[in-house]
Structures are given as C-alpha cells and as structure tokens.
Design a protein around this ligand. Structure first.
Ligand SMILES: CCCCCCCC/C=C\CCCCCCCCCCCC(=O)SCCNC(=O)CCNC(=O)[C@H](O)C(C)(C)COP(=O)(O)OP(=O)(O)OC[C@H]1O[C@@H](n2cnc3c(N)ncnc32)[C@H](O)[C@@H]1OP(=O)(O)O
Ligand SMILES: Cc1cc2nc3c(=O)[nH]c(=O)nc-3n(C[C@H](O)[C@H](O)[C@H](O)COP(=O)(O)OP(=O)(O)OC[C@H]3O[C@@H](n4cnc5c(N)ncnc54)[C@H](O)[C@@H]3O)c2cc1C
Length: 615
C-alpha cells in the first residue's frame, strides 16, 4: 500500500492551473521522449546492487570510493543493457538529455565520470581517423578506462604554462614524457588515482629542442592485467575534497616515460617519423575538448538546479512555520513572499538554462561540422559564448542551489536532504573546465574586439550585433519583454564601451596594453555578465515582478513536479513526491551507526572518567 501523500501537497496539486504532463513532455522534447526517458529510468533503477544499504555518508573515504566503483560497474552494465537497439542516436540522446540517472546512484559523482565526460570526447575530437577507430572501440566497450590529464600541481588556467614535456626521439620514433618538477605533476584529473589505466595527457611537445606547443597524447599508465603503475609512473590520490569524493581525483608524475609516436593524437597537428612537425590549422583546436564540456555543463546545471528547487519547493509546501496573521494557524512557508522570491527564480533559471543549452548545443554542432570542412570562421564566437554561458550558468546555479538549501532551514543542512551534495557538485563547476573569472575575461576579449570592429563599421555576428546598434541613450523603457530586452542590450553595450574607455584612459596615462587590460578587468568581467537598469524603472519592474510571484504561487508545486524527477533521483528526505518529510528524516537518522546502541563506548572510555575527575 503506497504511503499517504501529505495533505498540503495534495491541495497544491489540485490548485495547479496547467497540465503538468504537457510541460514534462515539452522539457523532454515530446511525449515519446518522456516515455523513452521513463522506460530507461524504470529499467536501470530496477537493477539490483545499485543502491546503498548504509548511506554513503557513514562510510570512510576509502569505503566510499570502493562502494562507488562497485556501483559504477553495475550501473554501466545496466545502462548498456537498457539501451534500446531500435532507438536512433538522437532518440537515445533525448532520453538521457534530461535524465539524471547517475544522480540516483552516485550522490557525489561516479569514478567513471571522466571516461565518459572527457576521455571519449578527447579521442573523438583530437584523434585522426585511424586512431579514433582503434581507441573508440576499446574505450566504448570499457576495455580500458580513461581520463583527461591536463591540469598540473602548478598550472590549471594557463595551459601554455604547462610543464609536462613530450620530447620526440626520431631514433626510436618515440615520445619521452617527463615531469621536470613537482609542480609539473598532473594534479586533479578524475579517475586518475586508482580507477583509470589510460589518459589523454596535454604536454609541451619538443622536437630537436624546439617548442611545438601543447599537444594531446594518449598514455597508458597502469598495466591492463595487474593494474600496477607502469615503470616511470608515479600515481596517487589528491585527498578529500568539498565534493566529488568518489571521482578519485589523482596525481601522476612521469620519469622519462616512453610512448610510441602513434600515441600523439594527430587529427590537428602531426609528427612524422623523421620528426617533421606539421602544425595545426589553428593551435586552439587542441583546446576543443574543453569547449565541448563547457557546452555540456550548461545543460548539466539546468538539471542540477531543477533537482534542488524541486526539493526546496516541495518542502516549502509541506513545512508550516510561524504566524502570518494572528489566530490563523501556521502558514506553509511557501506563502511567504520572501520564500517565493528565493525559489521561483531558481525554477525560471533552470528553464532558461535548458533552452540556452539546447541553443548552444546546436551552435556547437554547426561549428564542429564546419571545422570538419576546414571552416574555422565561427570558432572564436563559439569559444566566447561557451566561456560566458559556462561561467554564468555555473555561478548562478551555485548561488540558487545554496539559496534552495538555506530556504529549508536546519533540515536543508542535513546530508539526507541531498542539498549540500548538489551544492558540492555544482560549485565545483565554477572552477573546473576553466575558472569562471578567466572564462569571462576570454569573453570580454571578444567583446572588446567586436566593439572595435563595430566602431570601424564592420558587420558583427548575430550574438554580438547589439554592439553595433546605435540605440539612443534616452531609450523609453516599457516593461514589455521587448522593452526589457532592448534595455538589457543598451546597458550591455554601455558596459563594454565603458570598459574600453577605461582601457584607453590607462594607455593614455602611459600604461602598456596588458597593464591597462588588467586595471580594467573588473569592468571587463562585468561587461561579459553584468547588466543593470536605471533607477526609475526598477520600481515599475519590481511591481511587475511581485505580481508575477503571486501568479506563480498556485502553480509552484506543479512546475517542479513537471521536472518529473523520481524519488531515487532526488535522493532527498525533503523532496520526495509524497511529502512525508518528518517520517523520512527519522528513518534516515536511525540509519546512523551511532544509533546502533543507546550508550556509545566513548562514555565508559573517556566521558565517565573525565566527569569523575579521573582523566
Ligand atoms: C559525466 C557525468 C558527470 C556528472 C557531474 C554532475 C554535476 C555537474 C553537472 C554537470 C556537468 C556534467 C559534465 C561535466 C563533468 C566533468 C567533471 C569534471 C571535468 C573537469 C575537467 C577539467 O577541468 S579539464 C581542465 C580544464 N582547464 C581549463 O579549462 C583551462 C582554462 N584555460 C584555457 O582555456 C586557456 O588557458 C585560456 C583560454 C584561458 C588562455 O589560453 P591561451 O593563453 O592559449 O590563449 P589567449 O588567452 O592568449 O588567447 C589567444 C587566442 O586564442 C583564442 N582561444 C583561446 N581558447 C580558445 C578555444 N578553446 N577555442 C578557440 N579559441 C580559443 C582566444 O580567444 C584568443 O583569440 P584572439 O583572436 O587572439 O583574441
Ligand atoms: C572538482 C574538480 C575536478 C577537476 N577535474 C579535472 C580533470 O579531470 N582534469 C583536469 O585536467 N583538471 C581538472 N580539474 C582542474 C581544473 O581544471 C582547475 O582547477 C582549473 O582549471 C583552475 O586551475 P587552478 O586550480 O590551477 O587555479 P589557477 O589557474 O591557479 O587560478 C587560481 C585563481 O587565480 C585567478 N586567476 C588565474 N588566472 C587568472 C587570469 N588570467 N585572470 C584573472 N584571474 C586569474 C582566479 O581567481 C583563479 O581562481 C578539476 C578541478 C576540480 C575543482
């Protein structure tokens, strides 16, 4: 008999003014895609051995990792078996686009993440046809497990400063990989410590003493039979982190480690047997894997944010607290306008990120297809947009997930709510794949170039076209969508122009261009993300905004129900569909090993002698 659904949630669902299933279908890309996603989730989540008897928060660091590897093997096999052979690639992608299936199994991410998220994309994007054929067969069948090893102890942002060297030896037709210093050790790559046995290494290529830039190499670092580190390889785990504690982030040092010439991934640049170096058409094509993952992250943020606001909105419909009016009983905390303000922006942002992710993915696919034909024209714009959207969506998602947590009071601070773990996952994305400030400055670099082109009368790309609009500064605001968008474009233009004026002022004062850039960098970051509007209009928009909060209120639970996250994926005492929050909080509390006995052994060993003055 299914447990009784909380009365308040039942009432909320009755009040909803729209068809929840229709919105779910829209988010999935159609009713068939919803059906495919649900079928995939039903199949995979019915697999034995996927879930923890003891909540992983009560395991040791080592046990958490070992348990995660056990689940990763079960999960990966279940995903492979669940794939419908009759589905098209597109239908399969749609079925997983919104699915957070892995989140039902791994609260803190999988030790296989990097194999899927970066090792395979790096082979697809950096290997020549022959290499791709060989390595994709092995990687897609999980005969080998890989990661992406770029960051070093001493360098993450500045790729051109990476110290790992790959020196070509024409006599043996090999590359010699070496970590000349401690800071040259690869540091951070997921799965590197104990899980993977191969990695794509980004290293500084030298031929006959001449630098040939940063190139990608596929390197085996553990024996495929014994899993022992190969000779000349130093390996280990980097230690406990805020989150990602089952991703097995590791370090790797090379000591004159030799690999065959065909292990340099040679789609873009090549090294011939005699050591002749054939340059890439654009050295930045080597950075292509990072552009891909930045695009994936935007969609990932939409899904993670949707999960957090689902938990917080359902909890806010169930939780009653304080007094809005005397003798009127305790209201649902969702009736406080401050609570609506905290949470509804998160719902809207998740939808905005989903739509943005779809648009950015289409742009990525078009530019990638052009690159295959040798057309690099739109690569700079894709880079600038991917940098900006990755930085903005990860920053906003981190803020909004943390706001979802703090809107749930003390229970939001419980690991059993899952809000802290979701925060740990999303806040990491502000750093990995390009630290956000650094990426915003990359976008700013493109904006400044575009404004200079606009001022010299050149046509701009669609995404930068607002920089060539001669919009009157006396723009009459109206709070129609069109009016608001026009306002944002006007202010965004002003921010770029102001940053550029500032740089020119510093150059006139005698600073070099680099120092002028650095002095203006706060404005440059703002120009990439920040827009604000003039005082008089804030009041008008504020009224509109508060009116909108009231309109959303009766539909809030319906809006998060439409994300259609099953309880295993929410993995939360506060967010379950039935709203039985208090029973679930108690059920989870009783799983704590400390509750196995009424008196813990520390009383007799320490407390009692201490309280009796005997210690
Ligand atoms: C799989 C399930 C996982 C579940 C997770 C759940 C939770 C999260 C939810 C969603 C996420 C899901 C998927 C992700 C999961 C993955 C886990 C973690 C992965 C993390 C991996 C990493 O972190 S890999 C390492 C990443 N490192 C970086 O990004 C380094 C950043 N630095 C750079 O990119 C570069 O150094 C730089 C761009 C900052 C500077 O480069 P450089 O100095 O060479 O160039 P310049 O600044 O001088 O510019 C010169 C010129 O080049 C142009 N340019 C630069 N970069 C590019 C590019 N990439 N493409 C094209 N063009 C580029 C630049 O614009 C300049 O052009 P100009 O014309 O001269 O202006
Ligand atoms: C959870 C997690 C997983 C990761 N997984 C991987 C992985 O699988 N593979 C991999 O290769 N790497 C991985 N990384 C590493 C990640 O890519 C780097 O941490 C990131 O690129 C930032 O580099 P850094 O840590 O060396 O910081 P630094 O580059 O030292 O930057 C530190 C700070 O300096 C400032 N700064 C630096 N440069 C500039 C600039 N040009 N302008 C203005 N300010 C600047 C910024 O405030 C920045 O936060 C992971 C990191 C995390 C947190």
């Amino acid at each position: 008999m299914s447990a009784k659904v909380n009365d308040d949630l039942l009432t909320e669902r009755r009040k909803c003014e729209f068809n929840v299933e229709e919105l779910t279908n829209y988010l999935d890309g159609g009713a068939q895609a919803t059906q495919n996603r649900r079928k995939l989730e039903d199949k995979v989540l019915s697999t034995k051995g996927l879930f923890d008897e003891v909540p992983e928060e009560y395991l040791s660091h080592k046990e958490k990792y070992e348990n995660a590897v056990r689940k990763a093997v079960v999960y990966y096999k279940a995903m492979k078996e669940a794939e419908d052979p009759n589905q098209t690639e597109q239908e399969r992608a749609n079925a997983t686009y919104r699915s957070l299936l892995h989140a039902a199994v791994f609260k803190d991410n999988s030790p296989f993440s990097l194999h899927l998220a970066m090792f395979i994309p790096a082979i697809l994007g950096q290997a020549d046809e022959e290499q791709k054929k060989y390595w994709m067969k092995r990687a897609s069948k999980m005969e080998i497990i890989g990661t992406y090893a770029q960051t070093e102890l001493g360098h993450g942002t500045f790729i051109r400063g990476l110290e790992t060297t790959a020196t070509y030896d024409p006599k043996t037709e090999e590359f010699v990989l070496h970590s000349p210093t401690l800071t040259a050790y690869k540091w951070w790559p997921g799965s590197l410590a104990h899980t993977a046995n191969y990695c794509v290494v980004m290293a500084h290529l030298y031929i006959n003493g001449k630098s040939c830039g940063i190139q990608p190499f596929i390197v085996q670092f553990r024996d495929e039979e014994t899993h022992q580190p190969l000779p000349g390889i130093k390996l280990g785990e980097i230690g406990a982190k805020l989150g990602f504690n089952t991703v097995n982030n590791g370090f790797l040092g090379f000591d004159q480690h030799r690999i065959p010439r065909n292990r340099m991934l040679m789609k873009n640049a090549q090294v011939l047997k005699d050591g002749t170096f054939k340059r890439s058409p654009n050295s930045k094509l080597t950075y292509g894997t990072m552009v891909y993952v930045r695009v994936v992250i935007v969609n990932g943020m939409a899904n993670q944010l949707a999960r957090a606001v689902t938990i917080a909105v359902r909890y806010s419909a169930v939780r009653r607290q304080s007094e809005l009016k005397p003798d009127a009983g305790e209201p649902q905390i969702l009736d406080y306008v401050t609570q609506q303000h905290k949470l509804f922006i998160g719902i809207a942002s998740s939808h905005a990120f989903t739509l943005t992710a779809k648009w950015l993915t289409r742009m990525y696919q078009k530019v990638t297809a052009d690159l295959e034909k040798g057309n690099l024209d739109e690569l700079p714009e894709l880079h600038a947009i991917a940098c900006c959207l990755k930085a903005v969506t990860t920053t906003d998602t981190s803020v909004l997930v943390e706001r979802s947590r703090t809107s749930c009071g003390g229970h939001g601070y419980m690991l059993s709510s899952n809000l802290p773990q979701i925060y740990g996952l999303v806040t990491a994305a502000c750093t990995y794949e390009g630290e956000n400030t650094v990426l915003m400055l990359q976008t700013a670099r493109s904006l400044v170039k575009a404004l200079e082109q606009a001022q010299s009368g050149k046509r701009l790309s669609p995404t930068m076209s607002y920089l060539s609009e001669k919009v009157s500064s006396r723009l009459k605001w109206d709070n129609s969508i069109d009016g608001i968008v026009k306002g944002f474009r006007r202010v965004a233009y002003g921010k770029v122009e102001s940053a550029m004026r500032s740089m020119r002022k510093y150059v006139r004062s005698g600073l070099g261009p680099e120092d002028a850039w650095n002095m203006s960098s706060v404005q440059l970051v703002a120009a990439s993300e920040y827009t604000s509007i003039s005082e008089a209009d804030i009041r008008q928009l504020q009224d509109t905004y508060e009116d909108l909060l009231g309109k959303i209120r009766p539909n809030a639970v319906g809006l998060v129900d439409a994300f259609d996250f099953r309880d295993q994926i929410l993995n939360s005492t506060l967010g379950a569909y039935d709203g039985r929050v208090y029973e679930r909080l108690m059920e989870e509390a009783l799983k704590s090993p400390l509750n196995a006995e009424p008196v813990n052994q520390s009383f007799h060993k320490y407390l009692k002698p201490f309280m009796q003055g005997k210690l």
